[in-house]
Design a protein around this ligand. Structure first.
Ligand SMILES: Cc1ncc(COP(=O)(O)O)c(C=O)c1O
Length: 342
């Protein structure tokens, strides 16, 4: 059978043998009682990595984004977020449906929020106007091709939030990709936001889970909201063990995913059916447009040759590298791309 290369997402990563064995050996307890030693260890590790007082193991990145909005935006409060952010497009409107927040979509080149655009959407203090309460940044930015915040850009948003007493949340589903690409430690990036969520279940290779990080006081409240949302988990150390393994083994190797994405982007740029600027591919996500063909046609043709990608609208395709795609797989994928004439 011909081999197939799955580039649809980095969420398709499967636990390795080492990770599975760590899961099998995990010591567990009832985490709603706070008695799962493996969960407690993972939460301590996550907080320490990001230089925050505490962290909370949650079922998904979506829950890790929803809880801080629930706690810090307030019903009817406004949240400034990029117009193509994950919380706006892919979290089923939970910020409005559950947290009661009013999202304000802010434009920004390649996913980056700038002070000027934010400032023009800030509400003046007036009793008849909704009030701006929060700003949310996505780092790296999924729909903007995995683009990451440069340190000074993040400092700008952080200073704006502080100046206007807004709570700042970072959707760092791929925070470690951002840290590697920017050359700035995850801890430094995290220090610029009040709360940060990062996912264990994407490039880090764990089967499930995210960590929501913040102050001890915030995390104590977050724990209550997690329970409110039905997210209290019991002997969940079996999953936390996968998270610990991911943090111990799979952070540094994300650099390989970036290199593979860069090579694939280079191959795509050589074809007639894909248009992109390979210099813009700096992490593990590649977006390209498909001049002359519907995206679905390109995705189908690639799939027939064993390369799986995602259609992202009429004429846009996404590919994501991960630990499921090795260096030699990347070479094969590049060969298939170069050989595809449409
Ligand atoms: C940028 C970003 N934020 C949040 C999420 C949500 O993560 P989950 O699927 O675990 O809810 C994703 C998932 O793809 C994402 O790409």
């Amino acid at each position: 059978m011909n081999r197939s290369f799955d580039l649809r997402s980095d969420t398709i990563t499967r636990p390795s043998a080492g990770m599975r064995s760590a899961m099998a050996d995990a010591e567990v307890g009832d985490d709603v009682y706070g008695e799962d030693p493996t969960v407690n260890r993972l939460q301590e590790m996550g907080a320490a990595l990001l230089g925050k007082e505490a962290s909370l193991f949650v079922s998904s990145g979506s829950m890790g984004n929803l809880i801080p909005i629930f706690l810090n935006c307030g019903r009817g409060g406004e949240l400034l977020t990029h117009e193509r952010s994950h919380i706006l497009h892919y979290e089923l409107g939970s910020l409005a449906a559950i947290a009661g927040a009013m999202p304000v979509a802010v434009p920004g080149r390649r996913g980056i929020l700038r002070e000027q655009e934010l400032a023009s959407r800030l509400r003046p203090a007036a009793y008849h106007l909704p009030q701006t309460r929060m700003v949310e940044v996505e780092n790296t930015h999924n729909l903007e091709g995995g683009n990451f915040y440069r340190l000074e850009e993040l400092e700008e948003v952080s200073a704006f939030a502080k100046k206007h007493a807004l709570s700042m949340h970072m959707d760092g589903a791929r925070l470690f990709n951002a840290a590697i690409a920017s050359g700035v430690a995850a801890e430094r990036l995290a220090s610029l936001a009040d709360t940060v969520t990062f996912c264990l279940s994407k490039g880090l290779g764990a089967p499930v889970g995210s960590l929501l990080c913040g102050s001890a006081e915030f995390i104590a409240e977050a724990r209550r909201v997690r329970k409110l949302l039905g997210g209290g988990m019991r002997q969940v150390g079996v999953l936390a063990a996968a998270g610990i393994y991911a943090l111990e083994h799979n952070i540094d190797r994300l650099a390989e995913d970036h290199e593979h994405a860069r090579r694939i982007a280079g191959a795509l740029a050589e074809t007639r059916w894909a248009a992109l600027d390979p210099n813009e591919i700096t992490t593990n996500i590649i977006f390209f447009s498909t001049p002359g063909h519907p995206a679905s046609r390109v995705v189908e043709a690639l799939a027939q040759r064993g390369v799986r990608a995602s259609t992202m609208g009429e004429s846009s395709v996404r590919m994501v590298t991960s630990l499921e795609v090795s260096g030699s797989d990347t070479e094969e994928v590049c060969g298939i791309i170069r050989g595809l004439a449409l």
